[in-house]
Every structure is written in structure tokens, then in C-alpha cells.
Design a protein around this ligand. Structure first.
Ligand code: WTA
Length: 651
């Protein structure tokens, strides 16, 4: 080891846990990064139109834009107005004409060790076959197609096939329930649903088909169900119903070339549902060109993507991380993206590290909750594998606490690799606040807004707070990957996000603080949205699920801190006459009402709704107008002063 290496190693040591410790970049990393000067790069984005136009030049256009940004109808901003392009063309077709033709585009593996590798050319052929098949099913530009699939190659193929023909896809996370599927499909009225027989999870096969079967009873718009025989459960067409067809059968005989639909820059690309503070999920709509420019630029800069990288984002394609950074952005950069189906701790808690060693993963992007879960099993698993291939690590979904950061830095990155803590949302589509590998890091802070992104910490009037106080995190200027509306709910789009501040800034729903160096620290949500194991879930959704049970009269839920999941649900329940949580639910039942309610909520919302505690109460704190004051319950729970309760009806 040379003298400079020794110094560098010393510099990178973490010495205290006040959270503000600066971790300077590793000199070796700076040498090879695309962006060498962080501050200068950020300055390039001062003029947003100039910056994003420069980045847009990196992609292929059938016709260049006439205007970079049209802000004449706020908040309905338009980017790259008049431009014509196609995202699938940029992600796939563009590369097969060039040197990446035979490079691996997707590398799929799962907990059983199965492996499928598809080169750009092979993926191109598969996408074209599926795109032709979808066209033959009558799917046209602007139609919606739903997917309820595990992380598997067919999911990537189906999404890109839709994008190629201009169909709007809507992927539903395969852990969501049939109730959630019905709600989503009926909102967008899809004609086609693509699903699978099952998914591998901790040595078992979870049956997805039965969930879809249940949902289909209430989805009149669906004409065709395409079934991927992923786990080989179905042997025969005789097992299928009239409107069901095997994926393999559907693409059989389809040609392997297909023209890309010429998409207007602002044509819809996908709708992804997420939770808000009311019961109804929000259909976040993203459009073509701005999204494409935003995600490819941010992935390249934040993770410093080079041609020889092997990128692994553990984000499932049922969520925004999967859309933007597991699938689309790495392909837009001509990279290889690893797709993993399975849990982080099965067959044992070393599985992720085994995969990193086996394939030589260079960039690894995951969620703090997964890291905290793996930490519980100790250091021995990470120590048993050679993780030297890793160059940059990343975190997303919630603030990363110091202990998890330190563990990731020391045990996974071996004090060499920087951690990119990326703050963003389903609505923002792309990373908004995040460092680059050349940045000085402060564990727990996503650092500064990226080039071309402008934020402020403000009070309710939209005026910047003083003295580095906590305030609302707002985005002050439009950005290209911004969502364009909430599907079927423009009023909510305007009211929730754009009308809160008189200044017309975008309201993120997060509270934050900026320190003396301009680093941003996220300090929780300002609304009733919970983050459970990185998944967004609205308090009202959980309350409605409880209230739909005959034993429950009324419910209030809050998030309770949890060392692994971040938050768990704590429910306060007013039970109907004659019910008790610890008694058998009904005569002749052995399970208690508590167990029954747990099952009921899980059935309504899927396993993402992780219940911590349930308590029966006689009353709930409410405002005079009858709104439940969750804030009061939360403050009481956390042992805080509950403040002025004069507007309350019942305490
Ligand atoms: C939270 C996930 C702190 C935040 C991409 C945000 C974070 C919400 C971070 C969006 C981070 C996400 N640090 N908090 N690095 N990343 N969040 O839509 O509250 O599932 O508003 O998008 O997650 O969640 P969503």
C-alpha cells in the first residue's frame, strides 16, 4: 500500500456517530468518475432549460424539440415540446445498431440460483415479438396494459413492449392484494392483464394466479389475461379459462422486428399507483421524453455508470425504483442490469453478497430496511464473500440511519465505496437530492439537490425558513421527469401538490432541514403517509381496511418506529359491542379477533401492511368537525407534549 493510499484509508474512517461526520471521497474513485467536480456540475444546472436540453442531446430523437420547457399553464408543465421520440427505441433499438448489440442487457437470477441472460439483441427480439402480439390483441397507442408479475424477464419485456407501441403500462406490485388490483384496473380500465402463475419467495411458491382470478371477478374491462408460466405450475391449456392465454402461446409465430411508435414528448408512458393521505390510491402519470432524460442523466451522474458496470438495483418493478432505476435508466445507458427475484435472507442472509461475488456487481442500490434486516444476522455473511468488485453503493426509500449507513459502508463497501443516499419520490420520477461519488458525504443526509433541480425549505406560506430550521421541503422549479398529473384526478393533483404554497412550489410532503453546508436532512412526512419497510402506505387505507371488518366500528392508525422496518402500523380500534381483541373471533373459532383482523387487513392490502400493535379504545381524539387527530395519538405514543387540544372533541 502506497503512502497516499494509507492517508486515504485514514481519511475515510468514521470516528463518531453524531451523523454530521463528513466522509471525503476516495481519491481512486474520483480518478475514474464521469463527474469530477461536484459543485461545478451542480452549477451547470442553474439554468434548467440549458442544462436539461444539453442532457437531452445524449438521446435519440425522431424529431428534436421546438421548446425545452413550456410553463404557460402551471402546474401542467411540458418538457421538450414538439419533440418526437420513443423510450424503448432509446433503451434497446439504439444499442443493437452499435457495439452493445451482444452485451448482456438483463441478467436475471433468483433464490434457486436459476439464471437467464439476455443480450441487447436477444432482448430486442423478445420485446418485438411481444409488441407485435400486443398489437394483435388490439392494443393501440394510448391503451393501458396492467402487469401483475414478479421480477422476471417477461416483466421487463412486457413493459418495454408497451413502451415500444405507445401503450401505457401500469405495473402492480406482486405483493398487493386482489382488492388493490381491482381498484387499480378499474381506474384505468385495462383490456389486457399480464400475470404469472407464481413467484419464488423463501423456498415457497406464492400463487399469483389465484389472486388475479379473484380480482378478475370484478374487472369487466379486461378482455385477455396473459399468463407467464413462470414456476411451471400449469401443464396444459386445459388449465386455462376462456380469456386466458399462455405468454409463450401469445408470442408464438410473431415476427422479431417491430416498428417503434413515434411518440410525442408529452405522450403518457406509464401510470403507477402510490399511497397518499386519503384512502384512494393515486395514479401517478409519467410521460415520455422528460422522464427518459431525467432518469438516464441522474443514474449516470449519481452512480457514475460506465460501459463495464454491472448494475444491481434491488427495487421491485412494482414500485418507482424498479421502473426508473432497475429497468429503464440502466438500459437507456446501455448498461447491464441484474434482476433478482427473492428475499434478501433466503436460502441464507448471505445470498445478496454471494450474488455480488458471483457476478462481480459493481454498483449496488438498495433500501435501508433491507440493510437493517441483514445487520441482525451479524457480520459473518458479508465477510464470507469477496465484495471487491463494488465501486458505488446506493440507498433509497427512507432516511438511512447512522448505524445502517456505517454497517453498509464498513461491511459491504469495506470503507472504500461511497454511499449515494438518493432522495426522490414516485411523483418526481428521478433522483432529486443525491450526491455523486466525488461528493463529501454526511451519513444520513442525501446531500444536495442534483444539477437542474431546485429546492427550498419553506414555511406554510412558501417562504424560506430562517436559521436552518425545519420546514416543508418544496421544489421550486420544474424538472423533466416530473409526473404530469394524477390519472382521473386532476383536482387532487393541483390541490395536494401545487396549491398548498401560495408560491406555486411543488409540495413534496416531507419535512426537512438544511445545514450550514447546504446539506439536506429529511425529517419525516408532513402528511399521514407511513413508510413501512420502504413501502408507502396511507393511514386512511389501513383504517378503511380495519373498518370494513364487522367487528370494528372505527379506527385510527399511526406509524410506530421500528428498528428494522422503519415504521410499523399501530392501530387504535373502537370495537363493536360484544367484541374483544383477545377472545376467539366467533363461536367455534380458535383464532382471536386480533389474529382475524391481522388476516383481514393483510387480505385487503397485501403483506406490505405490516401490523405492529392493536389496541382497543373507547374513543378517538377528533376535531370538532369529526376528523381523527392522528397527530395527537402519535404524540402521546412518543411521550411528547400534545400541545393545544382546544379544537378537540374527545380526549
Ligand atoms: C421517502 C421512493 C429520506 C420520502 C423512491 C419520500 C426518503 C418518499 C428517501 C417517497 C431518502 C425516499 N431519504 N427519505 N433517500 N427516499 N424517501 O414514492 O418520505 O415510494 O417522500 O418513492 O420516501 O416514496 P416513494
Amino acid at each position: 500500500m502506497g503512502e497516499s493510499d494509507k492517508n486515504m484509508d485514514q481519511e475515510n474512517k468514521l470516528s463518531n456517530n453524531n451523523g454530521d461526520q463528513i466522509v471525503p471521497p476516495n481519491n481512486k474513485i474520483i480518478e475514474r468518475t464521469i463527474v469530477k467536480d461536484w459543485e461545478r456540475e451542480i452549477q451547470k444546472g442553474d439554468d434548467i432549460e440549458k442544462y436539461w436540453a444539453m442532457e437531452a442531446e445524449q438521446l435519440d430523437w425522431f424529431k428534436k424539440w421546438d421548446e425545452v420547457l413550456d410553463d404557460s399553464e402551471k402546474p401542467y408543465y411540458k418538457w421538450f415540446v414538439g419533440g418526437k421520440t420513443n423510450l424503448a427505441y432509446n433503451a434497446i433499438d439504439r444499442w443493437i445498431k452499435a457495439e452493445k448489440r451482444n452485451k448482456i442487457a438483463i441478467l436475471y437470477t433468483n433464490e434457486r440460483g436459476d439464471e437467464i441472460k439476455l443480450t441487447y439483441y436477444e432482448l430486442y427480439r423478445e420485446i418485438n415479438k411481444m409488441a407485435n402480439a400486443l398489437r394483435n390483441l388490439g392494443i393501440k397507442k394510448g391503451d393501458t396494459v396492467c402487469m401483475y408479475l414478479p421480477m422476471c424477464p417477461e416483466l421487463v419485456i412486457s413493459m418495454l413492449a408497451c413502451t415500444k407501441i405507445g401503450a401505457v403500462h401500469s405495473a402492480i406490485y406482486s405483493g398487493l392484494s386482489s382488492v388493490a388490483i381491482v381498484e387499480r384496473i378499474n381506474d384505468i380500465k385495462s383490456k389486457v392483464v399480464i400475470t404469472a402463475d407464481g413467484t419464488y419467495r423463501r423456498g415457497k411458491i406464492i400463487n399469483l394466479k389465484s389472486v388475479i382470478d379473484e380480482a378478475m371477478l370484478q374487472c369487466p374491462s379486461v378482455q385477455t389475461v396473459v399468463l407467464v408460466n413462470h414456476t411451471g405450475r400449469y401443464n396444459d391449456v386445459a388449465d386455462l379459462r376462456g380469456n386466458e392465454i399462455f405468454y409463450e402461446r401469445l408470442i408464438e409465430g410473431e415476427g422479431d422486428t417491430c416498428y417503434s411508435e413515434i411518440m410525442d414528448a408529452e405522450d403518457p408512458l406509464f401510470i403507477l399507483y402510490t399511497s397518499g393521505s386519503t384512502g384512494k390510491p393515486k395514479g401517478v402519470l409519467h410521460t415520455t421524453a422528460g422522464y427518459m432524460v431525467g432518469i438516464s442523466t441522474t443514474l449516470r451522474n449519481v452512480f457514475d455508470i460506465h460501459d463495464n458496470d454491472l448494475w444491481w438495483s434491488t427495487g421491485d418493478a412494482g414500485w418507482i425504483t424498479g421502473h426508473s432505476y432497475t429497468i429503464y435508466a440502466p438500459l437507456l445507458l446501455g448498461s447491464t442490469t441484474l434482476i433478482y427475484e427473492g428475499a434478501p435472507d433466503y436460502p441464507d442472509p448471505g445470498i445478496w453478497w454471494e450474488i455480488i461475488e458471483k457476478y462481480g456487481v459493481t454498483k449496488f442500490y438498495t433500501a435501508p430496511t433491507a440493510i437493517r434486516h441483514l445487520m441482525r444476522f451479524g457480520k459473518k455473511y458479508a465477510k464470507s464473500y469477496n465484495l471487491d468488485s463494488l465501486k458505488v453503493l446506493g440507498s433509497v426509500g427512507e432516511p438511512i440511519n447512522y448505524e445502517a449507513w456505517k454497517w453498509m459502508y464498513e461491511e459491504i463497501g469495506k470503507n472504500r465505496t461511497p454511499i449515494m443516499d438518493t432522495w426522490w419520490q414516485t411523483e418526481t420520477g428521478m433522483h432529486m437530492i443525491a450526491p455523486m461519488p466525488v461528493a463529501d458525504l454526511k451519513p444520513g443526509s442525501a446531500t444536495k439537490p442534483l444539477p437542474g433541480v431546485h429546492i427550498a425549505i419553506v414555511d406554510e406560506e412558501g417562504v424560506e425558513v430562517e436559521n436552518r430550521e425545519k420546514g416543508y421541503l418544496a421544489i421550486t422549479q420544474p424538472w423533466p421527469a416530473m409526473f404530469r398529473t394524477l390519472y382521473n384526478d386532476e383536482q387532487r393533483f393541483e390541490d395536494v401538490y401545487w396549491k398548498f404554497f401560495p408560491t406555486g412550489y411543488y409540495k413534496t410532503g416531507d419535512m426537512a432541514r438544511m445545514d450550514e453546508d447546504g446539506y439536506v436532512w429529511i425529517e419525516g412526512r408532513s402528511d399521514d403517509v407511513l413508510k413501512i419497510a420502504g413501502h408507502r402506505i396511507g393511514s386512511v387505507e389501513v383504517e378503511s381496511a380495519f373498518n370494513s371488518h364487522p367487528a370494528v366500528n372505527e379506527t385510527a392508525v399511526i406509524g410506530k418506529e421500528d428498528p428494522v422496518k422503519g415504521q410499523l402500523i399501530k392501530a387504535f380500534l373502537i370495537l363493536n359491542e360484544g367484541y374483544n381483541l383477545s377472545m376467539p373471533y366467533k363461536e367455534g373459532y380458535t383464532s382471536t379477533l386480533r389474529e382475524e383482523l391481522k388476516r383481514h387487513v393483510r387480505h385487503s392490502l397485501g403483506p406490505v401492511a405490516v401490523l405492529g400493535e392493536m389496541v382497543a379504545v373507547d374513543s378517538l381524539p377528533k376535531t370538532k368537525s369529526g376528523k381523527i387527530m392522528r397527530r395527537i395519538l402519535k404524540a402521546k405514543e412518543d411521550g411528547e407534549n400534545i400541545g393545544d387540544t382546544s379544537t378537540l372533541d374527545d380526549l
